[in-house]
Ligand binder design. Structure first.
Ligand code: BGC
Length: 895
């Protein structure tokens, strides 16, 4: 049996609203044979589902490529659905049947196709208001409808209704981009919502990121404009071939809505008494509604949806309702999360529900909101007084585990509340479990850090008055995120914003979309508008990581200019173009070796900045090579050599001591290969001494933490890496787990051992940065690694490193080629390793401390192990395998 399954176009199943001229196709192969490789494929794209009007037929292409095959047929036209299918041949001469038929659909391929105008329901002087406003319009359709689409966006956020029904289930649309340069529109299929005769379209528009409060500590507002607006273009194709378009224009009408206030940070006030029954249905009397204004907007900024829409993902029921010592009535959802509360309430007209949201209780068990700073996270609902009223807010979200009920008609019952978890609609692709329950909880917390902070842009945190796309945080966490969910489209969109917000001189803003640049003059700490080392490096590290995990060369092509100008920015600012010793940097942010009262770790900026400069330059050189730009390759390889040499001269003493005695300094030089070979052993030993001097604990901050365990286990110190990871007392990953954390904290001591809190000034309990240890769980504990030479897991490197007190560990990962599985377990004096490798890939498996003669292959054929430095290794093809070997040698070495 050979089968093509899971065909996708641009990572998606049957996407509609694509804007790319050359969409790419991928498929997964299923086979019951081992060692399967695709020998050839044939792909067809057709105008019809029966494949009578084929516009592109590749013919039989002899290639093993099954990921990202780029369309190369005639130009695609706007507003069209195209069908595609594929068949393949494998290395056993088997031919598959045609795959199921997939489709993709184009949106507007050209700006000139926009006939709609942006219309605003707000007057010039409403800049300080954050109301939700209604917009409506009626239109007549005079035939049988074959195809109907809506293309829509807003300045602000919008929801659309056709004949009373909500269009799509996307939330917080149009998402957050650098609006003045790139504004996404969404495409929805509305064929089934329209009728022959009179139809109504209604929309609600709110402030959102466009005009609402942002970056609370510097008080930004109306960042992109002061009036919300809507843009809608509907295309209706009748069965007789006629086309009709309906667009936003002067004829639409507007009104206030029950949403009196809605702000991302602050929550929503909704007065149900102001609902206008039938406002989004035909034949509603809108005489009292007012005319809209048309406003100008540069239509060339419009782009089809690039990222993945934010959607409702899970509903969580409360675990309890408690009365705090202060007498507050608080619902506990048992999980820190991002989203909102959905509730059903009964009461009289004018009764109120008021809810406040918090992440933690204080040491006395009272509701704690100080760490939210200016973010109010408050929901107020005023009842209209019917039987049961169910409410969910519209243009806001909250970061919370606890909800305080400040007002409520009668006695609330927890059965009437649920937490709605929202995030970008990424596919979950990775799972990890092991025998240590605390570690499993840490992994759970890492996953929830991702869920809570991948809400259209990668944010630092989802609760306080920040929630910004901090580049440094994204950079340190991206690899872990790629193991857990498919984040390719999510990061692609964000990186495109990074590129357009990058400064002319190549500098990279601290947050993307950039809402801080030019507004930091009164900031207590930050001394410039952009370009901190370790933060700006997101421009290089993020595209590279996406390329590695998903074999997506396009991301490198698209970002190459941005990557290069970041390196050139550093070169222009570095002493002699080599040692970057100037400017403001966040450094090893929040490291525990910081001076009392400071956020900046003890590792000097020039060491960190030059180390990252070397690392990013090396990535740029590799990228240039992949893109076939050999002169740049030479250039940056050369530059890299020079930086490394100068780094060594500057920071190593002639006898091989690293002049900066901090954990992070040692971690970075080892991780980025800045240590002269002859000093490597000494450097590792000093790192271990530094950990010992700190009682076996880490002192690292944002930049050292992601790498510390990798550096240890890659240099023969797996035992020490485990010991660091499995520490349960402060400071450590498991300390917070033992303190009851359900997400990852911003500070190692967010809650101190005595129960008191780190300063409310900056104390998020949902910051993913330290969750970057997640990649170590996959890559080292289980040993699942992408081979940098064959990205996207086309060639997998499997190198488990059992250790600590773990008796088993396993990971599953849905790669572009299919499911990879690795597990190991220890028992009965043996280690058992189970592996599954998907068709069309190969793997190198390295079994630690094994002798080739002693390995028994229980499942899987033709495996020939050879002894190597680390144990025994073999090259294996697709299929499932089980190996067993005795533990003796392992125990002798690890203990
Ligand atoms: C954010 C961080 C960010 C940092 C920059 C903080 O306020 O929450 O996570 O990277 O500022 O230093």
């Amino acid at each position: 049996m050979l089968k093509v399954s899971d065909i996708t176009c641009e990572y998606q199943k049957n996407p509609i609203g694509l804007g790319t001229k050359k969409p790419r196709f991928s498929w997964i192969i299923e086979s019951d044979m081992q060692n399967v490789i695709q020998m050839s494929y044939r792909l067809q794209v057709s105008l019809d589902e029966k494949f009578k009007n084929i516009i592109w037929d590749t013919g039989v292409i002899n290639s093993s490529k099954s990921v990202h095959i780029e369309y190369d047929g005639p130009d695609l036209r706007s507003f069209r659905r195209y069908f595609y299918r594929v068949k393949i041949m494998d290395n056993y001469g088997q031919e598959s049947v045609w795959s199921d038929i997939g489709y993709f659909e184009t949106a507007l391929m050209d700006t000139s196709e926009w006939k709609a105008k942006f219309i605003t329901p707000e007057s010039e002087d409403e800049g300080n208001l954050s109301k939700g406003k209604y917009l409506r319009h009626e239109f007549v359709l005079d035939g049988e409808i074959d195809f109907a689409r809506i293309y829509a966006t807003a300045l602000g956020m919008y929801e659309i209704y056709i004949n009373g029904k909500r269009v799509g289930d996307d939330l917080l649309t149009p998402g957050w981009t650098s609006y003045k340069k790139r504004l996404q529109y969404q495409t929805y299929d509305i064929t089934d919502l329209l009728v022959k005769g009179v139809n109504a379209v209604g929309a609600i528009v709110g402030a959102g990121w466009y005009k609402g409060d942002l970056a609370g500590w510097i008080g930004r507002r109306n960042v992109y404009g002061s009036r919300t607006a809507l843009l809608v273009q509907m295309l209706i194709r009748y069965t007789d071939g006629r086309e009709q378009i309906i667009v936003t224009d002067e004829t639409w009408k507007a009104s206030d809505s029950p949403i009196l206030y809605s702000e991302i940070y602050h929550g929503e006030i909704y007065d149900a008494r102001l609902e206008q029954s039938g406002w989004n249905l035909p034949n509603f009397d809108d005489n009292s509604w007012y005319a809209v204004d048309v406003i100008n907007w540069d239509m060339s900024t419009l782009i089809p949806q690039e990222g993945l829409p934010v959607r409702r993902q899970e509903f969580i029921k409360p675990i309890s309702m408690i009365i705090t010592p202060k007498g507050e009535k608080v619902i506990d959802f048992g999980q820190n999360l991002a989203g909102w509360v959905k509730f059903t309430v009964r009461g009289k007209c004018g009764d109120k529900v008021v809810l406040k949201h918090a992440e933690v209780l204080d040491s006395e068990g009272n509701f704690y909101t100080e760490n939210l700073r200016s973010a109010k996270q408050r929901i107020e609902y005023i009842l209209k007084g019917y039987d049961a009223e169910t409410f969910e807010p519209h243009f806001t979200f909250q970061g919370f585990r606890y909800v305080k009920i400040e007002e409520y008609p009668g006695e609330p019952s927890i059965d009437d509340f649920a937490a709605v978890v929202i995030h970008s609609d990424m596919k979950r692709i990775g799972k990890f479990t092991c025998s240590n329950e605390l570690l499993n909880q840490l992994y759970h917390n890492i996953v929830w850090g991702l869920k809570s902070n991948f809400i259209d842009v990668p944010t630092d945190c989802p609760q306080r008055d920040e929630r910004l796309g901090w580049t440094g945080d994204a950079q340190v966490f991206i690899e872990t995120s790629c193991f857990i969910m498919n984040t390719a489209l999510f990061f692609r969109k964000w990186l495109h914003d990074l590129k357009v917000d990058q400064l002319k001189n190549g500098g990279v803003p601290f947050v993307i979309p950039d809402v801080l640049g030019g507004h930091l003059e009164n900031d207590k700490l930050i001394r410039q508008d952009h370009s901190s080392s370790g933060w700006g490096d997101a421009a290089v590290i993020c595209p590279w990581t996406i390329y590695q995990f998903y074999d997506d060369v396009n991301i490198l092509k698209e970002q190459y200019g941005s990557m290069k100008s970041w390196i050139e920015y550093i070169r222009a600012n570095a002493r002699d173009g080599i040692i970057w010793d100037s400017g403001f940097h966040f450094g090893d942010w929040l490291a525990l070796d910081a001076k009392e009262g400071s956020y900046l770790g003890a590792t000097p900026n020039d060491l960190i900045a030059t180390a990252f400069y070397a690392y990013s330059t090396e990535i740029l050189a590799k990228t240039a090579k992949i893109l076939g730009n050999l002169s740049d390759y030479e250039e940056y390889l050369n530059l890299h050599d020079k930086i490394v040499k100068a780094f060594q001269d500057e920071f190593f003493t002639p006898s091989g001591r690293l002049a900066v005695r901090t954990q992070t300094a040692h971690v970075l030089v080892l991780m980025f290969n800045l240590v002269p070979d002859k000093y490597r052993a000494r450097t590792i030993q000093t790192l271990i001494d530094l950990i010992d001097e700190n009682n076996g604990h880490l002192t690292t901050g944002f930049l050292g933490t992601p790498y510390i365990c990798h550096v240890l286990s890659n240099n023969g110190k797996t035992k020490e890496a485990y010991s660091l990871l499995l520490k349960e007392d402060y400071p450590s990953w498991l300390y917070q787990v033992k303190k009851g954390a359900t997400t990852v904290w911003e500070h190692w001591d967010g809650i101190k051992p005595d129960g008191t809190m780190w300063s409310a000034d900056m104390n998020s309990f949902n910051h993913y940065a330290y969750g970057s240890i997640g990649s170590w769980l996959y890559r080292e504990i289980v040993g699942l690694n992408v081979d940098p030479e064959a990205p996207g897991f086309k060639h997998i490197i499997i190198k488990p490193k059992p250790g600590g007190d773990l008796t088993y560990a396993e990971a599953e990962y849905l790669s572009a080629y299919g499911r990879i599985f690795v597990s190991w377990s220890i028992g009965g004096g043996d280690i058992t390793i189970d592996v599954a490798i998907p068709p069309n890939t190969k793997a190198k498996i390295i079994l630690p401390h094994a002798s080739s003669e002693a390995i028994e292959t229980i499942r899987g054929v033709n495996v020939h192990f050879e002894n190597c430095n680390d144990g025994a290794e073999a090259e294996i093809g697709s299929g499932t395998y089980k190996f067993i070997y005795p533990l003796t040698k392992f125990l002798a070495i690890e203990n």
